[in-house]
Design a binder for this molecule. Structure first.
Ligand code: PMP
Length: 351
């Protein structure tokens, strides 16, 4: 058989690209992926008869779901594009609007990965010492590169803070391109977010997702913005990008808003408890959070990370992005308790 060097066949910019890493290390307590620890108390699959029409393609426009999303976010249907997770929408945005992509670092890694995969210039500007936007440097980059897209994850993954609203506004005002405020973690934040400002800025777009509030498996994300922008992005959308099961189950998810909101409340109150607990452990310095996870620094973070796995807890090691930093997702009270006990054990003892 012929030998083929597939790397050589790949696009030049793909050859050195590193794929998104989602390590599946089996652990008793999984607190690494910013998922909700709660599922719904009932089996919503049983409620739907979608399984009687699996031979048919799904509704290509997901009309029913779009109507519900529009009502929920108080926008028009023309303001919305649905994606197979917000990841897919990030891909579509970068595909549709050719040109440099700007974002602060550290942040959600897919902005950079997709930009590079698409052959676009990816510009990462370091956050300031408080993990806020470095306005001067960001504005200088806007001026220099004239990015078609700026991605601002607020609350930011992995730092957990919201960026100052006035700094975000300065960037929106200075940009000729689109500023995407990625609000994947907004449901956990005390700030009101940027949806109410959509009418004021044509170049503002918002990303939301069902993934962090209990439905990561469905892969449903929302892009909300000016109808003209949505129309352009829709041109690169793959047909039937949202399957029937996801459309139907996302609708059921919206119907259970009350349960979902009470789960979010549990998560945010557990977050505050966990912050205090972390603060009381020697060698551990947590950062405040507006999201469903906490970033903390730990002495010998890498060793602590591996010890936690041995104890049965998987969290995220951010060593590459932020020195000595680890990120833990808020779990159920029991999971958080298990994590704290394991962490106390893991920071003590010999190296
Ligand atoms: N944006 C941010 C800031 C995220 O952290 C994530 C998930 N890690 C996503 C988008 C993607 O979410 P999804 O594709 O599951 O909607």
């Amino acid at each position: 058989m012929k030998t083929i060097d597939f790397t050589k066949l790949a696009r030049r910019n793909i050859r050195s690209l590193k794929p998104y890493e989602a390590k599946e290390i089996p652990c008793k307590v999984k607190l690494d992926a910013n998922e909700s620890p709660y599922s719904l108390p009932e089996n919503i699959f049983m409620k739907k008869n979608i399984f009687r029409s699996l031979n048919r393609y799904p509704d290509p426009d997901a009309k029913e779901l779009k109507k519900t999303v529009a009502k929920n976010f108080k926008v028009n249907i023309g303001n919305i594009l649905l994606g197979n997770g917000s990841d897919e929408l990030i891909y579509y945005l970068i595909t549709a609007f050719e040109g440099p992509v700007l974002y602060p670092v550290p942040t959600f890694s897919m902005y950079g990965i997709i930009s590079k995969a698409s052959g676009e210039k990816a510009i990462g500007i370091p956050l300031d010492k408080d993990f806020d936007l470095d306005t001067d440097k960001m504005l200088a980059a806007v001026k220099k590169y004239n990015p078609k897209l700026v991605f601002l994850s607020s609350p930011n993954n992995p730092t957990g803070n919201c960026f100052s609203a006035d700094r975000i506004l300065k960037i929106i005002e200075a940009s000729k391109g689109i500023v995407v405020v990625d609000e994947a973690y907004q449901p956990f934040s005390s700030e009101k977010g940027f949806l109410p400002l959509l009418g004021d800025y044509k170049n503002l777009a918002i990303l939301r997702t069902l993934s962090k509030i209990g439905f990561a498996a469905l892969r449903v994300g929302f892009l909300i913005g000016d109808p003209g922008m949505i129309k352009e992005v829709n041109k690169v959308r793959l047909p039937f990008n949202l399957n029937s099961a996801s459309q139907a189950l996302a609708l059921e998810a919206f119907k259970r808003k009350k349960i979902v909101n009470s789960q979010i409340k549990n998560i945010t109150s557990e977050r505050e408890r966990l912050l205090e607990e972390l603060d009381n452990i020697g060698g551990i310095s947590p950062y405040p959070s507006e999201a469903n996870f906490i970033l903390f620094r730990a002495k010998n973070a890498n060793i602590v990370y591996h010890r936690l796995i041995k104890e049965g807890v998987l969290i995220r090691n951010l060593g590459k992005a932020i020195k000595d930093a680890l990120r833990v997702t808020i779990g159920t009270p029991e999971e958080n308790g298990f994590f704290i006990t394991a962490l106390r054990k893991s920071v003590g003892g010999k190296k």
